[in-house]
Design a protein around this ligand. Structure first.
Ligand code: AQP
Length: 346
Protein backbone atom coordinates (compact mmCIF):
# COMPACT_ATOMS: atom_id res chain seq x y z
CA UNK A 1 0.00 0.00 0.00
CA UNK A 2 2.69 2.49 0.90
CA UNK A 3 4.12 2.42 -2.60
CA UNK A 4 0.95 4.29 -3.60
CA UNK A 5 1.74 7.02 -1.13
CA UNK A 6 5.24 7.14 -2.57
CA UNK A 7 3.99 7.47 -6.12
CA UNK A 8 1.34 10.11 -5.52
CA UNK A 9 2.65 12.01 -2.56
CA UNK A 10 6.34 11.55 -2.45
CA UNK A 11 5.96 9.36 0.62
CA UNK A 12 8.67 7.20 2.10
CA UNK A 13 7.92 3.85 3.69
CA UNK A 14 8.82 5.20 7.13
CA UNK A 15 6.58 8.26 6.89
CA UNK A 16 4.02 9.01 9.50
CA UNK A 17 0.55 9.57 8.07
CA UNK A 18 -2.18 11.63 9.67
CA UNK A 19 -5.86 11.79 8.83
CA UNK A 20 -8.16 14.51 10.07
CA UNK A 21 -11.57 15.82 9.14
CA UNK A 22 -13.65 18.95 9.55
CA UNK A 23 -17.42 18.88 9.07
CA UNK A 24 -18.95 21.40 6.66
CA UNK A 25 -21.83 21.76 9.09
CA UNK A 26 -21.76 25.54 9.23
CA UNK A 27 -19.32 28.41 9.08
CA UNK A 28 -15.81 27.83 10.44
CA UNK A 29 -15.16 29.65 13.71
CA UNK A 30 -12.07 30.63 15.64
CA UNK A 31 -12.43 27.49 17.83
CA UNK A 32 -12.08 25.26 14.73
CA UNK A 33 -9.17 27.41 13.59
CA UNK A 34 -7.21 27.49 16.87
CA UNK A 35 -8.15 23.96 17.93
CA UNK A 36 -7.66 22.18 14.61
CA UNK A 37 -6.62 24.11 11.49
CA UNK A 38 -3.51 25.78 12.99
CA UNK A 39 -2.40 22.33 14.16
CA UNK A 40 -2.93 20.88 10.66
CA UNK A 41 -0.71 23.61 9.24
CA UNK A 42 2.04 22.70 11.73
CA UNK A 43 1.72 18.96 11.07
CA UNK A 44 2.37 19.44 7.34
CA UNK A 45 6.11 19.59 7.96
CA UNK A 46 6.37 16.30 9.85
CA UNK A 47 3.53 14.14 8.53
CA UNK A 48 2.10 13.10 5.22
CA UNK A 49 -1.35 14.48 5.73
CA UNK A 50 -4.84 13.69 4.54
CA UNK A 51 -7.43 16.35 5.35
CA UNK A 52 -11.02 15.62 4.55
CA UNK A 53 -14.05 17.87 4.54
CA UNK A 54 -16.35 15.28 6.01
CA UNK A 55 -19.70 16.03 4.41
CA UNK A 56 -21.00 12.50 5.07
CA UNK A 57 -20.52 13.13 8.79
CA UNK A 58 -22.22 16.53 8.49
CA UNK A 59 -25.48 15.01 7.17
CA UNK A 60 -25.94 12.92 10.32
CA UNK A 61 -27.93 15.98 11.32
CA UNK A 62 -30.05 17.91 8.81
CA UNK A 63 -28.12 20.19 6.42
CA UNK A 64 -29.66 22.55 3.93
CA UNK A 65 -28.37 21.34 0.50
CA UNK A 66 -27.31 24.77 -0.78
CA UNK A 67 -25.66 25.64 2.51
CA UNK A 68 -23.80 22.32 2.53
CA UNK A 69 -22.21 23.06 -0.85
CA UNK A 70 -21.24 26.58 0.28
CA UNK A 71 -19.82 25.31 3.58
CA UNK A 72 -17.79 22.62 1.81
CA UNK A 73 -16.14 25.20 -0.43
CA UNK A 74 -15.71 27.56 2.50
CA UNK A 75 -13.90 24.95 4.63
CA UNK A 76 -11.56 24.29 1.71
CA UNK A 77 -10.97 28.02 1.15
CA UNK A 78 -10.15 28.49 4.85
CA UNK A 79 -7.79 25.48 4.77
CA UNK A 80 -5.92 27.00 1.84
CA UNK A 81 -6.01 30.56 3.20
CA UNK A 82 -4.60 29.27 6.51
CA UNK A 83 -1.62 27.74 4.74
CA UNK A 84 -2.51 24.12 3.97
CA UNK A 85 -0.72 23.15 0.78
CA UNK A 86 -2.92 21.16 -1.60
CA UNK A 87 0.08 19.92 -3.56
CA UNK A 88 1.81 18.44 -0.49
CA UNK A 89 -1.29 17.05 1.24
CA UNK A 90 -4.40 15.25 0.09
CA UNK A 91 -7.39 17.56 0.58
CA UNK A 92 -10.84 16.41 -0.54
CA UNK A 93 -14.49 16.15 0.43
CA UNK A 94 -15.42 12.74 1.80
CA UNK A 95 -18.45 12.03 -0.43
CA UNK A 96 -16.24 12.04 -3.56
CA UNK A 97 -14.50 8.92 -2.23
CA UNK A 98 -17.20 6.21 -1.99
CA UNK A 99 -14.70 3.80 -0.38
CA UNK A 100 -15.37 5.59 2.94
CA UNK A 101 -18.92 4.25 3.01
CA UNK A 102 -17.89 0.86 1.62
CA UNK A 103 -15.41 0.36 4.44
CA UNK A 104 -17.84 1.82 7.00
CA UNK A 105 -20.35 -0.94 6.15
CA UNK A 106 -17.73 -3.65 6.56
CA UNK A 107 -16.58 -2.18 9.86
CA UNK A 108 -20.15 -1.89 11.09
CA UNK A 109 -20.22 -5.69 10.84
CA UNK A 110 -17.13 -5.80 13.08
CA UNK A 111 -18.14 -3.14 15.64
CA UNK A 112 -20.41 -4.32 18.46
CA UNK A 113 -23.66 -2.62 19.50
CA UNK A 114 -22.41 -2.48 23.10
CA UNK A 115 -19.36 -0.49 21.99
CA UNK A 116 -21.48 2.11 20.20
CA UNK A 117 -23.88 2.33 23.13
CA UNK A 118 -21.01 3.67 25.24
CA UNK A 119 -20.26 6.64 22.95
CA UNK A 120 -20.91 9.77 24.98
CA UNK A 121 -21.00 12.13 21.98
CA UNK A 122 -24.10 10.36 20.63
CA UNK A 123 -25.77 10.72 24.01
CA UNK A 124 -24.87 14.43 24.11
CA UNK A 125 -25.91 15.17 20.53
CA UNK A 126 -29.09 13.07 20.53
CA UNK A 127 -30.09 14.39 23.96
CA UNK A 128 -33.50 13.40 25.26
CA UNK A 129 -34.82 12.86 21.76
CA UNK A 130 -32.72 9.75 21.15
CA UNK A 131 -35.45 7.73 19.38
CA UNK A 132 -35.67 10.47 16.80
CA UNK A 133 -31.92 10.79 16.10
CA UNK A 134 -30.69 9.50 12.74
CA UNK A 135 -29.07 6.07 12.58
CA UNK A 136 -26.14 7.87 10.94
CA UNK A 137 -25.59 9.92 14.10
CA UNK A 138 -25.47 6.66 16.08
CA UNK A 139 -23.03 4.94 13.69
CA UNK A 140 -20.97 8.12 13.08
CA UNK A 141 -17.93 6.66 14.97
CA UNK A 142 -17.85 3.65 12.61
CA UNK A 143 -17.63 5.98 9.61
CA UNK A 144 -14.88 7.86 11.44
CA UNK A 145 -13.01 4.56 11.96
CA UNK A 146 -13.35 3.88 8.22
CA UNK A 147 -11.98 7.36 7.39
CA UNK A 148 -8.85 6.66 9.42
CA UNK A 149 -8.25 2.99 8.58
CA UNK A 150 -8.82 3.50 4.85
CA UNK A 151 -5.53 5.43 4.64
CA UNK A 152 -3.53 3.45 7.23
CA UNK A 153 -3.20 6.65 9.25
CA UNK A 154 -0.60 6.21 11.96
CA UNK A 155 -1.74 9.32 13.85
CA UNK A 156 -4.99 11.21 14.29
CA UNK A 157 -5.12 14.71 15.80
CA UNK A 158 -7.91 14.61 18.37
CA UNK A 159 -9.40 16.93 20.95
CA UNK A 160 -10.73 15.58 24.26
CA UNK A 161 -14.19 15.06 22.68
CA UNK A 162 -12.89 12.70 19.96
CA UNK A 163 -10.64 10.53 22.16
CA UNK A 164 -13.37 7.96 22.75
CA UNK A 165 -14.08 7.66 19.01
CA UNK A 166 -10.41 7.05 18.27
CA UNK A 167 -10.31 4.34 20.94
CA UNK A 168 -13.28 2.74 19.19
CA UNK A 169 -11.45 2.89 15.84
CA UNK A 170 -8.55 1.05 17.48
CA UNK A 171 -10.91 -1.57 18.97
CA UNK A 172 -12.55 -2.13 15.59
CA UNK A 173 -9.16 -2.44 13.83
CA UNK A 174 -7.93 -4.87 16.49
CA UNK A 175 -11.04 -7.06 16.29
CA UNK A 176 -10.91 -7.10 12.48
CA UNK A 177 -7.22 -8.10 12.55
CA UNK A 178 -8.02 -10.84 15.08
CA UNK A 179 -11.13 -12.09 13.24
CA UNK A 180 -9.24 -12.46 9.97
CA UNK A 181 -5.95 -13.45 11.54
CA UNK A 182 -4.02 -10.80 9.62
CA UNK A 183 -2.59 -7.37 10.40
CA UNK A 184 -4.82 -5.67 7.86
CA UNK A 185 -5.15 -2.39 9.75
CA UNK A 186 -2.61 -0.21 11.55
CA UNK A 187 -3.85 0.83 15.00
CA UNK A 188 -3.85 4.66 14.90
CA UNK A 189 -2.31 6.70 17.71
CA UNK A 190 -3.85 9.94 19.02
CA UNK A 191 -2.01 13.20 18.54
CA UNK A 192 -3.25 15.22 21.48
CA UNK A 193 -3.19 18.95 21.05
CA UNK A 194 -1.65 20.13 24.31
CA UNK A 195 -1.15 23.81 23.59
CA UNK A 196 -4.62 25.02 22.72
CA UNK A 197 -7.48 24.73 25.15
CA UNK A 198 -11.00 24.28 23.99
CA UNK A 199 -12.52 27.59 22.94
CA UNK A 200 -15.88 28.15 24.57
CA UNK A 201 -19.02 30.01 23.49
CA UNK A 202 -18.91 33.79 23.90
CA UNK A 203 -22.43 33.61 25.34
CA UNK A 204 -21.90 30.76 27.81
CA UNK A 205 -18.47 29.76 29.05
CA UNK A 206 -19.63 26.24 29.91
CA UNK A 207 -20.50 25.30 26.30
CA UNK A 208 -17.90 24.90 23.57
CA UNK A 209 -17.90 27.34 20.68
CA UNK A 210 -19.81 25.50 17.99
CA UNK A 211 -20.88 25.98 14.36
CA UNK A 212 -24.39 24.84 15.15
CA UNK A 213 -25.04 27.09 18.17
CA UNK A 214 -28.23 29.05 17.47
CA UNK A 215 -26.68 32.33 18.61
CA UNK A 216 -24.40 33.97 16.04
CA UNK A 217 -22.93 36.01 18.91
CA UNK A 218 -21.56 32.80 20.45
CA UNK A 219 -18.73 32.53 17.93
CA UNK A 220 -16.20 34.55 15.92
CA UNK A 221 -16.23 33.34 12.32
CA UNK A 222 -13.06 33.17 10.25
CA UNK A 223 -14.89 35.29 7.67
CA UNK A 224 -16.18 37.95 10.08
CA UNK A 225 -15.43 41.58 9.25
CA UNK A 226 -13.48 43.67 11.76
CA UNK A 227 -16.72 45.41 12.78
CA UNK A 228 -18.45 42.08 13.40
CA UNK A 229 -15.52 40.89 15.54
CA UNK A 230 -15.57 44.12 17.50
CA UNK A 231 -19.33 43.87 18.13
CA UNK A 232 -19.17 40.20 19.15
CA UNK A 233 -16.38 40.85 21.67
CA UNK A 234 -18.25 43.89 23.03
CA UNK A 235 -21.33 41.70 23.53
CA UNK A 236 -19.35 38.71 24.88
CA UNK A 237 -20.69 37.67 28.28
CA UNK A 238 -18.50 38.59 31.28
CA UNK A 239 -19.02 39.48 34.93
CA UNK A 240 -18.75 42.97 36.40
CA UNK A 241 -15.49 42.45 38.34
CA UNK A 242 -12.04 43.71 37.35
CA UNK A 243 -9.66 41.43 35.43
CA UNK A 244 -8.20 38.57 37.52
CA UNK A 245 -4.61 38.78 38.72
CA UNK A 246 -3.83 35.06 39.05
CA UNK A 247 -4.31 31.96 36.93
CA UNK A 248 -6.37 30.41 39.72
CA UNK A 249 -8.54 33.52 39.90
CA UNK A 250 -9.08 33.40 36.12
CA UNK A 251 -10.09 29.76 36.17
CA UNK A 252 -13.01 30.40 38.51
CA UNK A 253 -14.53 32.83 35.98
CA UNK A 254 -15.54 30.76 32.94
CA UNK A 255 -16.21 33.54 30.44
CA UNK A 256 -13.18 35.69 31.32
CA UNK A 257 -11.01 32.57 31.32
CA UNK A 258 -12.21 31.77 27.81
CA UNK A 259 -11.41 35.30 26.56
CA UNK A 260 -7.94 35.03 28.11
CA UNK A 261 -7.42 31.70 26.31
CA UNK A 262 -8.44 33.29 23.00
CA UNK A 263 -6.06 36.22 23.59
CA UNK A 264 -3.22 33.85 24.48
CA UNK A 265 -3.80 31.56 21.47
CA UNK A 266 -4.27 34.36 18.91
CA UNK A 267 -1.45 36.51 20.27
CA UNK A 268 0.86 33.51 20.78
CA UNK A 269 1.50 34.80 24.31
CA UNK A 270 1.64 32.70 27.45
CA UNK A 271 -1.64 32.97 29.35
CA UNK A 272 0.07 33.97 32.60
CA UNK A 273 1.72 36.85 30.77
CA UNK A 274 -1.68 38.05 29.54
CA UNK A 275 -3.08 37.81 33.08
CA UNK A 276 -0.27 39.88 34.54
CA UNK A 277 -0.58 42.48 31.74
CA UNK A 278 -4.27 43.09 32.54
CA UNK A 279 -4.32 42.25 36.28
CA UNK A 280 -7.00 44.26 38.14
CA UNK A 281 -7.72 46.42 35.10
CA UNK A 282 -11.12 47.11 33.54
CA UNK A 283 -12.64 44.34 31.41
CA UNK A 284 -13.56 46.93 28.77
CA UNK A 285 -9.87 47.78 28.24
CA UNK A 286 -8.98 44.08 27.93
CA UNK A 287 -11.82 43.54 25.45
CA UNK A 288 -10.58 46.43 23.30
CA UNK A 289 -7.09 44.91 23.06
CA UNK A 290 -8.51 41.40 22.60
CA UNK A 291 -10.49 42.65 19.59
CA UNK A 292 -7.27 43.88 17.99
CA UNK A 293 -5.45 40.60 18.66
CA UNK A 294 -8.31 38.59 17.12
CA UNK A 295 -8.51 40.88 14.08
CA UNK A 296 -4.78 40.40 13.50
CA UNK A 297 -5.39 36.64 13.32
CA UNK A 298 -8.66 36.58 11.41
CA UNK A 299 -8.34 39.46 8.93
CA UNK A 300 -5.57 38.06 6.66
CA UNK A 301 -7.33 34.68 6.47
CA UNK A 302 -10.70 36.23 5.88
CA UNK A 303 -9.34 38.36 3.00
CA UNK A 304 -7.72 35.34 1.32
CA UNK A 305 -10.79 33.16 1.93
CA UNK A 306 -13.12 35.66 0.31
CA UNK A 307 -10.86 35.88 -2.73
CA UNK A 308 -10.71 32.09 -3.06
CA UNK A 309 -14.49 31.79 -2.69
CA UNK A 310 -14.90 33.90 -5.85
CA UNK A 311 -13.29 31.07 -7.84
CA UNK A 312 -15.56 28.04 -7.43
CA UNK A 313 -14.03 26.37 -10.49
CA UNK A 314 -10.63 26.37 -8.84
CA UNK A 315 -11.95 25.15 -5.48
CA UNK A 316 -13.91 22.32 -7.11
CA UNK A 317 -10.80 21.33 -9.07
CA UNK A 318 -8.74 21.10 -5.85
CA UNK A 319 -11.43 18.86 -4.33
CA UNK A 320 -11.64 16.69 -7.44
CA UNK A 321 -7.88 16.26 -7.68
CA UNK A 322 -7.62 15.54 -3.96
CA UNK A 323 -10.36 12.92 -4.26
CA UNK A 324 -8.57 11.25 -7.19
CA UNK A 325 -5.38 10.93 -5.13
CA UNK A 326 -7.33 9.68 -2.12
CA UNK A 327 -9.15 7.09 -4.24
CA UNK A 328 -5.92 5.50 -5.40
CA UNK A 329 -5.10 4.65 -1.78
CA UNK A 330 -8.70 3.92 -0.74
CA UNK A 331 -9.33 1.54 -3.65
CA UNK A 332 -6.21 -0.42 -2.77
CA UNK A 333 -7.39 -0.81 0.85
CA UNK A 334 -10.87 -1.93 -0.20
CA UNK A 335 -9.50 -4.55 -2.61
CA UNK A 336 -7.24 -5.90 0.09
CA UNK A 337 -10.04 -6.02 2.69
CA UNK A 338 -12.53 -7.58 0.23
CA UNK A 339 -9.99 -10.28 -0.50
CA UNK A 340 -9.36 -10.94 3.21
CA UNK A 341 -13.06 -11.34 3.97
CA UNK A 342 -13.67 -13.56 0.94
CA UNK A 343 -15.29 -11.20 -1.51
CA UNK A 344 -14.48 -11.32 -5.21
CA UNK A 345 -13.76 -7.87 -6.61
CA UNK A 346 -13.29 -6.77 -10.19
N1 AQP B 1 -14.67 25.16 20.39
C1 AQP B 1 -13.64 24.49 19.92
N2 AQP B 1 -12.41 24.67 20.47
C2 AQP B 1 -11.33 24.00 19.97
N3 AQP B 1 -11.40 23.12 18.95
C3 AQP B 1 -12.61 22.91 18.38
N4 AQP B 1 -13.04 22.14 17.37
C4 AQP B 1 -14.36 22.30 17.20
N5 AQP B 1 -14.84 23.18 18.07
C5 AQP B 1 -13.78 23.59 18.84
C6 AQP B 1 -12.17 21.28 16.58
O1 AQP B 1 -12.41 21.58 15.21
C7 AQP B 1 -12.25 20.40 14.43
C8 AQP B 1 -13.37 20.27 13.48
O2 AQP B 1 -14.53 19.98 14.17
P1 AQP B 1 -15.74 19.31 13.41
O3 AQP B 1 -16.17 20.17 12.31
O4 AQP B 1 -15.40 17.94 13.01
O5 AQP B 1 -16.89 19.16 14.43
P2 AQP B 1 -17.12 19.66 15.86
O6 AQP B 1 -15.98 19.34 16.76
O7 AQP B 1 -18.43 19.12 16.26
O8 AQP B 1 -17.15 21.23 15.60
P3 AQP B 1 -18.31 22.25 15.85
O9 AQP B 1 -17.80 23.57 15.44
O10 AQP B 1 -18.85 22.14 17.23
O11 AQP B 1 -19.42 21.82 14.80
P4 AQP B 1 -20.90 21.32 15.03
O12 AQP B 1 -21.63 22.46 15.68
O13 AQP B 1 -21.41 21.04 13.65
O14 AQP B 1 -20.86 20.09 15.89
C9 AQP B 1 -12.12 19.24 15.41
O15 AQP B 1 -10.75 18.84 15.47
C10 AQP B 1 -12.56 19.80 16.72
O16 AQP B 1 -11.90 19.20 17.84
Amino acid sequence: MLEYYTKYLDYNMSDKVIFSGVQPSGEIHIGNYLGAITQFVNYQADYKSIFSIVDLHAITVWQDPGALKNSTREVLAIFLASGLDESKNIIFNQSQVPEHTQLAWILSCTARVGWLNRMTQFKDKAGKNRENASIGLYTYPVLMAADILLYSASHVPVGEDQKQHLELARDIAHKFNTDYNENCFILPEPLMNKSTTRIMSLRDGSNKMSKSDISEYSRILMTDSNDQISLKIKKAKTDSLKMPDTLKGAETRLEINNLLNIYSACGLIDKEEVISKYASREISLFKKDLTEVIIKTVEPISIKTNLLLKDETYLDKVLREGASKARVIADKTIRNIYDKIGMISK
